[in-house]
Design a protein around this ligand. Structure first.
Ligand code: GLN
Length: 488
């Protein structure tokens, strides 16, 4: 049994159901792979003992002939999502010893579906970053070339799938943190519509933007993990009362006549030439499948990064106020007055990027600046959302664009220049600001062998069209079958 951990869910399902291998063997293979790939630094914590115990229970179910799409499938969970009794750090020193007393709803749902979590995945601290270099526990390396970043903030989640450690993982996407690392690691990742998935038990970064989603080797596996986590939750008032369709039903359907919007603001000279070329090829593949490309305009695109880097830090400064060393989090050693204790605990506990955002956030919310920054940014956010509404109302059914303007970059290349780092999110951020579903699927490689992603953006609640389009594209290409051979 060679490398069963790197199989797709369909192949794992077939192997488990036909007793070719047991869940215990599969989980063991997954843990072994995590171990042999430890140089990638994907995991903050590996829960080997728990996972092997759960596997034994699942083997008992399988022996009774039970089956379900995700029964016995190994998964990994981004370390910003609470897991009962299992340390959850958000890759921050301030939460280094936090053990949640309950499971996030998405974790509960994955357990109910029969998955086995093998551990908590490394990420940028509090999900702030685009390269996974902002983790207090060291950077994650890209399985395609360990000198390069895997993207962020869900870098560990993307790298674990790409490296063949487990077939699906959970991440979160506030400004691109599922789609950009999916693109950088050559896998599929989907951020659902805001409100599709419960945020209960997800450590908050920017609550009006955060959304949980899944990573997978291919579109079908991504549909399966998405299916398992969606749905209204009484514990999250922002989760919506919408029916969750069977996403697998649309896979393989024709996209003949589908109007694919190409935003002219996303096909500009700032986009790396190799990415632009891969995107144009991808669009001609869609056209070959009967889709109709139409040029559209999203005129407020150039304001999106500025708007996001006002609103997200503002929300973060409020959400992170609770980590004061008294109510939550690391407490500085020594005897201090209250104010000094707060300051010392927070300075020791938070990394540089998180501190930067807390300061920016507090600034844009402060008296005298609130109207000029925060309020204005909210207004421009509405304009950005309106751009998409107009395009979907009059011109297209789905939008295709690059996921990121550049390919994966070398570890260290952008870390000292926040603006360069922030510009990575230029094509993913507008989707969060508008609350739309967005997906990245592999669509090629650079000449140096690094993955490129095609982003698909849908109408609110229309994940089905994303899955349908992505599945049609995938059936006409073989990018999703490529696996990295280095960094094992
Ligand atoms: N890279 C973006 C940021 O740094 C997005 C992060 C995210 O989606 N969590 O905020």
């Amino acid at each position: 049994m060679s490398d069963i951990a790197s199989l797709t869910i369909s192949d794992m399902r077939a192997g488990l159901d036909s007793k070719q291998f047991s869940c215990s063997e599969l989980v063991k293979a997954s843990l072994d792979k995590a171990d042999s790939s430890s140089g990638l630094n994907c995991f903050n914590l590996i829960s080997a003992e728990n996972a092997l115990q759960e596997a034994v229970q699942i083997d008992a179910l399988l022996a009774q002939g039970k089956t379900a799409p995700l029964l016995g499938i190994p998964v990994g969970i981004k370390d910003v999502i609470c897991t009962k009794g299992v340390r959850t750090t958000a890759s921050s020193k301030i939460l280094e010893n936090f053990i949640p007393p309950y499971d996030a709803t998405v974790v509960r749902k994955l357990k109910t579906a029969g998955t086995v979590s093998i551990g908590k995945l490394n990420m940028d601290e509090f999900a702030m970053g685009s390269s996974n270099e902002n983790s207090a526990f060291g950077p994650v390396k890209n399985p395609w070339n360990p000198e390069y970043v895997p993207g962020g903030s869900s870098g560990g989640s993307a790298a674990a799938v790409a490296a063949g450690i487990c077939p699906i993982t959970l991440g979160t996407d506030t400004g691109g943190s599922i789609r950009q690392p999916a693109s950088f690691c050559g896998i599929v990742g989907l951020k659902p519509t805001y409100g599709r998935v419960s945020r209960y038990g997800v450590i908050a970064y920017a609550s009006s933007l955060d959304q949980v989603g899944g990573f997978a080797h291919n579109v079908k596996d991504c549909a399966l993990v998405t299916q398992a986590i969606c749905g209204q939750d009484p514990n999250d008032a922002t989760s919506a009362n919408r029916e969750v369709p069977d996403f697998t039903k649309v896979l393989g359907q024709s996209i003949k006549g589908l109007r694919v919007g190409l935003p002219k603001e996303y096909f500009v000279s700032a986009v790396d030439g190799e990415i632009d070329a891969a995107l144009k090829k991808a669009i001609s593949v869609l056209e070959g499948l009967g889709a109709i490309p139409v040029e559209i305009s999203l005129p407020h695109t150039d304001a999106a990064v500025a708007v996001y880097y006002i609103l997200a830090p503002a929300e973060a400064s409020s959400n992170l106020a609770r980590y004061d060393g008294i109510r939550y989090g690391h407490r500085a050693k020594g005897n201090y007055d209250l104010k000094t204790l707060y300051a010392k605990s927070r300075s020791e506990g938070f990394g540089r990027e998180v501190q930067r955002r807390i300061m920016v956030g507090a600034y844009v919310l402060s008296t005298g600046y609130y109207d000029a920054y925060y309020l204005k940014a909210q207004k421009v956010r509405s304009l950005i959302a309106k751009d998409f509404q107009e395009a979907f109302a009059h011109k297209c059914d789905v939008i295709a664009a690059p996921t990121a303007p550049n390919a994966p970059f070398k570890i260290g290349a952008k870390i000292s220049d926040p603006l360069q780092m922030y510009l990575n999110d230029i094509f993913t951020i507008p989707v969060n600001l508008a609350g739309l579903p967005g997906m990245s699927v592999p669509c090629g490689f650079t000449s140096s062998g690094l993955p490129i992603g095609l982003q698909l953006i849908g109408k609110p609640w229309d994940e089905e069209t994303l899955f349908k389009t992505a599945s049609a594209y995938e059936s006409a290409t073989d990018w999703h079958t490529k696996r990295p051979t280095t960094a094992r």
